[in-house]
Design a protein around this ligand. Structure first.
Ligand code: 9MJ
Length: 676
C-alpha cells in the first residue's frame, strides 16, 4: 500500500508530526510556546487534510488521533501490575522532622537528600508506554485496580502519544497527575455559567469529572494538563540512581515534569521549600494542596520500604485547608459607599486558611440564588491567601428543616429608603444617597483613604465616633476638627489628636486626580480620575463639562458620563466642594495636564497574567499614554513586570533577574498617581 503514497507526502506528514510534537512540548513541558495557537492549529489542520486524503498515512500515535475513539459504554478495569501508592500526610513541621529522623535512624546516616515537588490537586494516572508509544492510560482507583481511560488521556495534549529521544525501556509505566490549570478551569466555568449549566466547585473535581467521561470528545474539550512524578512497571536494571535523574530522563523523552521540582538537603531543606512554595502558591498556574518530599536515592527508598499502602520514603506536607464546612447563622445586608447592598453570611466561627472566619461575602442576590444558600444551611467556606472569605456552595444534603431563603429587603436596612434594582444589574442599591448613614459613613472613609486624600490616622473606628457624636457631617467638617474635640474621643489622647490634625493639614495639599477620586463619584476610579484631570483642565471645566464632553475622554462611556454629570449637578455636592476649597484644599489645576502625561517616560513594562479590573490591552494603552514602553519579553532592562493572576514564565524570569514586580493594585497606583 505504501507504494501508492507519494514520497513528498510521507515526508511532509512526518515533518508536520515532528513539528506538532515539538510545539506540544514547548507549550506543556516548558510553558514557553514559540508559535501562536493559530499557527499550531494550521499545522494540525494541514496534517489532518493529508491524512484524510491518504488514510494509509494515519498511525495511532499521530497527533491527529487524539480524539478519534467512539464513546464507551463503560470503563474496563485495569489491574495495576505494581500497586499505585498513596502518600502519608504531614500537617506540621514536627511531622516532617519525625519523617526525616526515622529515615536517618533507619539508614544510619545524617545526610538525607530529597526531591521536593508541589503536590498537585488532580487525579493520579498511570501511562503505559511500549516501544515509545502510549498504549494505555488508567486511573489509580483503589491502588490495585483502576479504570481504563486510554481514550481520554490520549486527548490530553500534554501527554505524548509517542516519546521523543532514545534510551527508554521497551515497556514501562509513567505515573503522574492529570489536573486542570486555573485559567482553564475559570474559562470553563465562565462558559458553563453563560450557558446556564452547572459549574465545577474546584479544579480537582473538574479534572476528575473530565477524565471520567465515556465520550473522549467530551474530555478533549476540557483544558486538562499533566505532570509526571514517578514510575510503576520499570526494568530494575534500567533505573538511574535517583528520583531526580529519572525525572530528567522523562523530560528528555518528552514527558512533562513540574518545573518546581528541586533537590534539597535534610529536614530544614524540606521546610524551606514548603514555606517558599506556600508563599507563591496562589501565583502558580495550578492548584496545589501541599508539597511532597521523596527520598532522593532509589537504593535508600528500597531500604526504607513500605507501610500498608504508602511508602516510608515519601510524605505529603499539606498546606492548611482553604476550605471548611460551617453553618450560616444569618444573612445580613451591608450598605456600601455607592449604596450597593451586599448580602453577607454570618457564620458559626470556623478555622480556615489559617484564620478564624465568622463572616463571608455572598456578593449579590443572584449569587445567593445561584448557589442556593439559605439561612441555617451547612456551607463550604473558602479563604484562599488574603482574599476575603467566600461561601463556595451550600450542602443541600445537610439542609435542616428550618432553612430559610434569603430575600433582598425592599428598604435599606440603614436608612429605610427604597431599594432599587437597576435594569440589567445584579446589584440592589439603596436610593438614599448621602442621607443614608451607611453610605455617608463609607463616603467619608473613602475620602480619607490612602489612595484618596490619604489622611493618616483617620481610621474606620474614628469615623464611626465622629459621626455618632455629630462632630462631622460633610467631609469638609473634618478640616474644622480641633485637637480638643479629637482628644476627647475614645482611644485618643492629646498626642494622637495633634497628629491627626497635622495629617489633615498635610492632606490639604493634594492633586486634582486624588481629589476627584476622593469625591467618590460612582464608577470613577483612580484611572478615570486621572483621565478627567488630564483632558479637562481644571476642576471648574470638569464641573462644567456636559455628557458629550465627558464621553470624549478615554474610558468614559455613557453610563459613567451620566454619573459624573449627575454628581456635579447636585447642589449639595457643589457646596461641599466649595467648602473644601474654603477650608484650604488646593492642587495645581494643570498638574495632570499634558506635561504630566509623560510620567513614565523611559520606563519599560512587561504585562503577564490576567488583570481583574482591566484587560491587558487597556493596561498597555494607559501605560503608553503616560509615556511608558510596553514590551513582550522580560530582560534586565525591564523596569517593571506587572503580574496578574496565573502569571507564568515571565514572572519567573522577572524574579530570576531581580526585576521589580507589580501586582494589579501597584499598577493602578502607578497609573493613578505616577507613584507606587
Ligand atoms: C502529586 N499529587 O502531586 C505523588 N503527587 O508519589 C506527587 N503524588 C505520589 N507525587 C507517590 N507529586 C505516590 C503519589
Amino acid at each position: 500500500m505504501s507504494t501508492e503514497l507519494p514520497p513528498e507526502v510521507v515526508r511532509r506528514a512526518a515533518e508536520l508530526r515532528k513539528q506538532i510534537e515539538y510545539h506540544n512540548r514547548r507549550y506543556y513541558q516548558f510553558d514557553e510556546p514559540v508559535i501562536a495557537d493559530a499557527e499550531y492549529d494550521a499545522l494540525l489542520r494541514e496534517l489532518q487534510a493529508l491524512e484524510r486524503e491518504y488514510p494509509e498515512l494515519q498511525t495511532p500515535d499521530s497527533p491527529t488521533q487524539r480524539v478519534g475513539a467512539a464513546p464507551l459504554a463503560a470503563f474496563a478495569e485495569v489491574r495495576h501490575e505494581v500497586p499505585m501508592l498513596s502518600l502519608d500526610n504531614a500537617f506540621e513541621d514536627g511531622d516532617v522532622l519525625d519523617f526525616d529522623r526515622r529515615i536517618r535512624e533507619k539508614l544510619e546516616r545524617d545526610d538525607t537528600e530529597y526531591l521536593a515537588e508541589p503536590k498537585l490537586d488532580g487525579l493520579a494516572v498511570s501511562l503505559l508506554y511500549e516501544d515509545g508509544v502510549l498504549v494505555r492510560g488508567a486511573t489509580r482507583g483503589d491502588g490495585h485496580s483502576g479504570e481504563d481511560v486510554t481514550h481520554n488521556v490520549r486527548t490530553i495534549r500534554a501527554i505524548p502519544l509517542r516519546l521523543s529521544g532514545s534510551g527508554y525501556p521497551q515497556r514501562f509505566e509513567v505515573r503522574g497527575e492529570v489536573f486542570m490549570p486555573k485559567t482553564g478551569f475559570e474559562a470553563m466555568n465562565r462558559k458553563a455559567l453563560e450557558a446556564g449549566e452547572k459549574v465545577f466547585v474546584n479544579p480537582r473535581n473538574a479534572a476528575a469529572g473530565s477524565l471520567r467521561q465515556l465520550d473522549p470528545a467530551a474530555t478533549a474539550a476540557r483544558p486538562l494538563a499533566f505532570y509526571c512524578y514517578g514510575y510503576g512497571v520499570y526494568p530494575a536494571e534500567a533505573l538511574p540512581a535517583t528520583q531526580y535523574e529519572l525525572m530528567e530522563r522523562f523530560r528528555n523523552w518528552g514527558l512533562p515534569i513540574n518545573p518546581e521540582i528541586r533537590q534539597i538537603r535534610g529536614a530544614q531543606g524540606c521546610l524551606d521549600y514548603y514555606r517558599d512554595l506556600m508563599a507563591r502558591r496562589h501565583g502558580l498556574p495550578y492548584e496545589i494542596d501541599g508539597v511532597v518530599y521523596k527520598l532522593g536515592r532509589f537504593d535508600w527508598q528500597a531500604e526504607m520500604g513500605y507501610v500498608a499502602r504508602a511508602p516510608r520514603w515519601a510524605v505529603a506536607h499539606k498546606f492548611p485547608a482553604e476550605e471548611a464546612t460551617t453553618r450560616v447563622l444569618a444573612i445580613e445586608v451591608q450598605v456600601g459607599r455607592t449604596g450597593a447592598l451586599t448580602p453577607v453570611a454570618r457564620l458559626e466561627s470556623v478555622f480556615v486558611g489559617g484564620v478564624t472566619v465568622t463572616n463571608a461575602t455572598l456578593h449579590n442576590a443572584d449569587e445567593v440564588r445561584r448557589k442556593d444558600i439559605r439561612i441555617n444551611d451547612w456551607v463550604v467556606v473558602r479563604r484562599a491567601g488574603d482574599v476575603i472569605p467566600e461561601v463556595v456552595k451550600s450542602i443541600p444534603e445537610r439542609r435542616p428543616a428550618d432553612a430559610a431563603e434569603f430575600v433582598m429587603p425592599a428598604h435599606c436596612p440603614a436608612c429605610g429608603s427604597e431599594v432599587e434594582l437597576e435594569e440589567g444589574e445584579a446589584i440592589a442599591r439603596c436610593s438614599g444617597g448621602l442621607y443614608c448613614p451607611a453610605q455617608h459613613k463609607e463616603a467619608i472613609k473613602h475620602f480619607a483613604s490612602r489612595r484618596a486624600m490619604d489622611i493618616e490616622g483617620l481610621g474606620d473606628k474614628l469615623v464611626d465616633q465622629l459621626l455618632e457624636r455629630r462632630l462631622v457631617d460633610t467631609v469638609a467638617d473634618l478640616y474644622r476638627l480641633t485637637v480638643e474635640q479629637l482628644a476627647e474621643l475614645e482611644r485618643m489622647g492629646i498626642k494622637s489628636a495633634e497628629n491627626l490634625v497635622a495629617a489633615l493639614e498635610k492632606s490639604k495639599a493634594t492633586t486634582l486626580p486624588r481629589f476627584l477620586y476622593a469625591l467618590g463619584i460612582r464608577e470613577v476610579g483612580e484611572v478615570t480620575a486621572r483621565n478627567l484631570a488630564l483632558h479637562l483642565h481644571g476642576l471648574d471645566s470638569i464641573i462644567a463639562a456636559d455628557e458629550d464632553a465627558l464621553q470624549a475622554i478615554p474610558d468614559v462611556g455613557p453610563t459613567m458620563a451620566a454619573h459624573i454629570a449627575a454628581f456635579f449637578r447636585q447642589p449639595h455636592n457643589l457646596e461641599v466642594i466649595r467648602d473644601l476649597r474654603a477650608v484650604g484644599l488646593h492642587w495645581q489645576e494643570t498638574e495632570a495636564g499634558p506635561a504630566g502625561a509623560q510620567l513614565l517616560a523611559g520606563k519599560t513594562f512587561v504585562l503577564t497574567g490576567t488583570l481583574e479590573s482591566l484587560t491587558r490591552d487597556q493596561a498597555k494603552e494607559k501605560l503608553q499614554a503616560l509615556g511608558a514602553k510596553v514590551s513582550g519579553s522580560v530582560s534586565k532592562k525591564t523596569s517593571y513586570v506587572v503580574a496578574g493572576t496565573e502569571a507564568g514564565s515571565k514572572l519567573a524570569k522577572a524574579q530570576e533577574l531581580g526585576v521589580e514586580i507589580l501586582d494589579e493594585s501597584g499598577l493602578l497606583a502607578l497609573l493613578g498617581n505616577g507613584e507606587i
